[in-house]
Design a protein around this ligand. Structure first.
Ligand code: HEC
Ligand code: HEC
Length: 257
């Protein structure tokens, strides 16, 4: 009898825990949730991304007509901010992160939509691209960042920055003023001029500024831009990639001093 009651209490506790985290769990997609996703999209996103998702909303057209970035065309374009390999679709969690964080300078953060609403709008925008039905995006596994870097590691990172020609676009000091950038040669997937990121100013970075975020950016690349994936160059050389990451971070530390 006693044991039975304990079991009953345990079930109650487990059910209670599930209920309290229900908001964080992705709701299943059905006709009702898609309708809700569409309502949210038309209110919050369509003015930039367009009612048909083609990146041609009135505000988007206005801000992104002649220069990058134009709001994403959800029917066609690839995605920049991913935990998946170059050329792959993003995971739902990647899309959730983008919408929650926003994109510095160009897209607001949508923390005011509750989690359920964010999942609903994600399901709606995915419905424009049949590839999401066909492929199941698989996230890459990323290692934990090692403890703080040494001066020698940052120095090695500088050598890698030179060796892999990051300077050609991002400039010798990382200020986004490399010869390819200043000559106006850089174009995005829509053939619009695009700037090379200023690596001394993390507040403007779109894909996150932690060591792990930088490791991910360098591994996945930013699809649809001249920023390539360096996964092959650093395959089996994780330590070297961290050194490059630390060098980039040191550029803004120096700036602050
Ligand atoms: C003020 C204009 C604006 C609004 C409003 C807006 N976006 Fe965007 N969005 C952009 C721009 C511009 C880009 C492209 C940024 C880039 O390529 O660097 C973008 C890109 C994206 C991407 C692609 C990210 C990637 O990995 O490439 C997603 C997903 C997205 N928006 C979802 C949404 C959703 C969902 C909403 C509404 C809840 C929304 N956006 C509202 C301007 C906007
Ligand atoms: C051919 C030109 C080119 C080369 C070479 C290049 N990049 Fe980039 N990189 C870009 C462009 C353009 C962007 C901006 C993409 C955008 O805004 O959507 C970028 C973005 C980045 C970002 C992301 C910033 C953010 O917003 O989150 C980092 C970090 C970065 N580059 C580091 C490097 C490093 C390190 C190397 C060398 C290993 C390198 N890049 C090589 C053109 C280049």
């Amino acid at each position: 009898m006693h044991a039975k009651r304990l079991k009953y209490i345990a079930i109650l506790i487990i059910t209670g825990l599930c209920a309290s985290t229900a908001q964080a769990v992705k709701p299943t997609t059905n006709r009702d949730s898609l309708r809700e996703g569409r309502r949210i999209y038309e209110q919050a996103c369509a003015w930039c991304h367009g009612t048909g998702g083609e990146g041609d909303g009135p505000a988007g057209w206005f801000i992104g007509r002649y220069s990058s970035p134009r709001p994403r065309n959800f029917a066609q374009d690839g995605y920049k901010f991913r935990s998946t390999g170059s050329g792959d679709l993003p995971t739902d969690q990647d899309l959730f992160t983008t919408i929650t964080r926003g994109i510095p300078g160009v897209m607001p953060a949508y923390r005011a939509l509750n989690e359920r609403e964010r999942w609903q709008v994600i399901a709606y925008l995915k419905s424009w691209n049949p590839a999401f039905e066909e492929e199941k995006p698989v996230p890459l596994t990323f290692p934990q960042a090692p403890a703080a870097p040494t001066e020698a590691a940052i120095h090695n990172g500088r050598n890698l920055y030179v060796k892999y020609d990051c300077r050609v676009c991002h400039g010798d000091n990382g200020e986004g003023d490399g010869p390819e950038a200043t000559a106006g040669h850089l174009r995005d997937g829509n053939n619009l001029p695009i700037r090379a990121t200023n690596l001394t100013d993390p507040s403007a970075w779109k894909n996150g500024a932690s060591a792990l975020d930088l490791f991910r950016t360098l591994t996945t690349g930013l699809d649809g831009t001249p920023m390539p994936s360096y996964a092959n160059e650093f395959a089996g050389r994780e330590e070297a990639l961290w050194e490059l990451v630390w060098y980039i971070q040191s550029l803004s530390d120096q700036q602050r001093k």
